[in-house]
Design a binder for this molecule. Structure first.
Ligand code: WTA
Length: 612
């Protein structure tokens, strides 16, 4: 079947041209999933608004060396570097001095703009505040804020000072905060009046934490530091600290199958790849207005909502507040967003709101769309073709641990809706079995990467054993399963472990189980991800009640509230089943695999280690 052209710049190749909707783009495919794997969104280069930064992708994959990318960022003498210098200072000292770096929209109609020069001065001030407090190089400074100008300034000011910045998702409750600040032995926390209450609940368990900086407290109580006062007194001049490329830049706690969240540590050298992927994948150009919807508490918010775009000198939008379809469309319209990076759950939610809502807004500024965090349904890619005037979503794949996008759909490349695309130049990605044998095309197995890319995590904080678990047989095992098709496109299959992705956010079952059993009514708990059309997965808990408690809707609601208040607003079980016993191994480990199989009606598999 040949490709059929249209005026929109994109064509669906090899699909029955049934037309999803009359009028707009008559090559639009139907939603038949059987046809999906053969479908291809082909881009006509002459119709793209801007020439993609990356040309000759296949050729570059053969010739590219990481040292080529080093030239794109600025270094200090002696091979030193600082990610924040690249994100802010170099633009403030150059032609982009007065260019708007941040368009901050508080979601209520108030907009503030900051130039690179202004961010330079603000981050300098914050670095001077850290200096005054006696913070040492590589100390941990946590940022626990709603999205706000202060959050960006605290994060980058910490990095330029040479301390390790760590953002925390504002939905986290006291237990989640304690685990992160405690494990990292953080010395300072930047927060606000509202969020600090959760910190105070666990303060006594955090002896290392010496400084509490509160951004909106004019006259803070004893023991707290006023952001406003200190920033007003601090000098706007600061010499950004030249760091060894291997010194740490930021750390983020993320969830695995077992144990508490682990501190994934990233080095300053990562900026090389964070810069390059923003340029080549997100294809940010000088004239773009870029918007990444991820919260700064997650790796996407940090890497592609701060570091990568600013390293490329982009103007970016920061929107505060919860996800709301109308507000999002309005944001694109009002700020003339041209490059948009979001997540599949958001795409599915927008889709569910129907095609009439976007028609109320002028979305003509959009020219490139991207998604990350969970599988992007083929329907999402094609819905965008229809609704956003022929622009498809480009799926991108990466992880907190990888530090930047590794597998992706590039602007110049044809898209196979449903596929994650192909590896970045410089990235060797394969499918391997448990013994490290590379599997042939079409076979499902572990997605693995050859270690050594610049933005790879450098450490799991103070836990070398956990770090080493990732590396086997000369490969970095991602924990995902996938397959590669005959054209070299990667297709996501699932997680090889019990990690849950709910609405794109990563949750460890152990953390939820630990919070559940703290409730007096819960004797035992097993937690799984249950597939959900909108959220990808929801968290589902199976609990055994403490003798004396009886199952009721009220009790389940109580338990949900309890987990929300202790752990996090987003990481509570939306479904709870009360059971008599949980399947366990003879050593007492809950077999989540069996809970999942039972829930989804899947084959139960090997039960030889089962208790009874
Ligand atoms: C999942 C987010 C399918 C995957 C940047 C991975 C994806 C985990 C995709 C990392 C994608 C990320 N398609 N699944 N395009 N991108 N994932 O650490 O399971 O929050 O291992 O990093 O998200 O989640 P994390």
């Amino acid at each position: 079947m040949g490709a059929r052209g249209c005026q929109c710049g994109f064509m669906i190749h090899g699909l029955a041209a049934t037309g999803r909707k009359a009028g707009k783009c008559d090559t639009m495919a139907d939603k038949s999933t059987e046809l999906m794997h053969e479908g291809l969104v082909i881009k006509d280069p002459t119709k793209l608004r801007l020439k993609p930064n990356l040309q000759n992708f296949e050729q570059l994959r053969q010739s590219f060396e990481w040292s080529d990318a080093d030239k794109d960022v600025e270094w200090f003498p002696g091979g030193k570097i600082n990610a924040a210098h690249n994100a802010i200072d170099r633009h403030a000292k150059g032609a982009r001095k007065d260019k708007v770096a941040l368009v901050y929209d508080d979601g209520e109609g108030r907009v503030q703009k900051f130039t690179f020069q202004q961010l330079y001065e603000e981050t300098n001030r914050f670095a001077n505040v850290l200096k005054k407090l006696g913070i040492m190089r590589q100390d941990r400074v946590f940022v626990f804020l709603q999205r706000s100008p202060e959050a960006y300034v605290a994060f980058l000011g910490t990095i330029k000072y040479g301390a390790i910045a760590s953002p925390m998702f504002p939905a986290f409750g006291p237990d989640a905060i304690r685990d992160r600040l405690g494990d990292s032995e953080a010395v300072a926390l930047v927060t606000d009046k509202e969020l600090k209450k959760r910190f105070y609940e666990v303060k006594s368990q955090l002896p290392a934490l010496k400084h509490l900086i509160v951004v909106d407290e004019e006259d803070p109580p004893a023991g707290e530091i006023s952001w406003k006062k200190e920033m007003a007194e601090a000098s706007a001049s600061f010499e950004t600290v030249p760091m060894d490329p291997e010194e740490f830049q930021f750390m983020l706690y993320t969830s695995g199958t077992t144990g508490k969240p682990k501190g994934v540590v990233h080095a300053h050298k990562g900026i090389v790849q964070q810069h390059l992927t923003t340029k080549w994948v997100l294809d940010v150009h000088e004239e773009d207005v870029y918007w990444c919807t991820a919260d700064l508490g997650w790796v996407t918010g940090v890497v592609y909502g701060v570091l990568g775009p600013w390293s490329n000198g982009a103007t970016q939008v920061g929107l505060s507040g919860r996800f709301d379809p109308e507000r999002w469309y309005r944001t694109v319209q009002n700020h003339k967003v041209s490059v948009w990076y979001t997540a599949p759950t958001a795409v599915r939610t927008l889709m569910a709101k129907g095609d009439d809502m976007p028609k109320k807004y002028d979305l003509s500024s959009l020219r490139a769309l991207y998604s990350v965090g969970e599988p992007l349904n083929p329907e999402g890619v094609k819905w965008a073709l229809d609704v956003f005037d022929s622009k498809p979503f480009h799926d991108t794949w990466w992880q907190t641990e990888t530090g930047s996008i590794l597998i992706t759909n590039f602007p110049e490349m044809p898209i196979k809706p449903g596929s994650m695309g192909k590896p970045m130049p410089g990235i060797e990605a394969v499918i391997v079995d448990e013994t490290g044998k590379v599997l042939p095309q079409g076979e499902e197995g572990n997605l693995a990467i050859r270690p050594g890319w610049p933005s790879m995590m450098r450490q799991i904080w103070k836990n070398p054993a956990k770090y080493n678990e990732y590396f086997r047989h000369g490969w970095y095992y991602t924990g995902d399963t996938a397959q590669i098709d005959k054209d070299g496109y990667f297709w996501y299959v699932g997680r090889a472990d019990d990690v849950i992705k709910t609405a794109g956010e990563r949750v460890g079952p152990f953390e939820v189980e630990s919070a559940l059993i703290e409730h007096p009514a819960v004797a035992e708990a097993g937690v799984i991800g249950k597939p959900d059309e909108l959220r990808g997965n929801i968290i589902k808990a199976f609990i055994v009640l403490t003798p004396g408690y009886t199952e009721s809707d009220q009790l389940k609601t109580d338990i949900q509230k309890f987990v929300k208040s202790k752990l996090a607003g987003h990481a509570y079980p939306r479904e709870i089943d009360v059971v008599k016993t949980l399947p366990k191994t003879r050593s007492g480990k809950i077999m989540r695999r069996l809970l999942r199989a039972r829930e989804l009606g899947l084959p139960i598999g090997d039960t030889s280690t089962l208790e009874d």
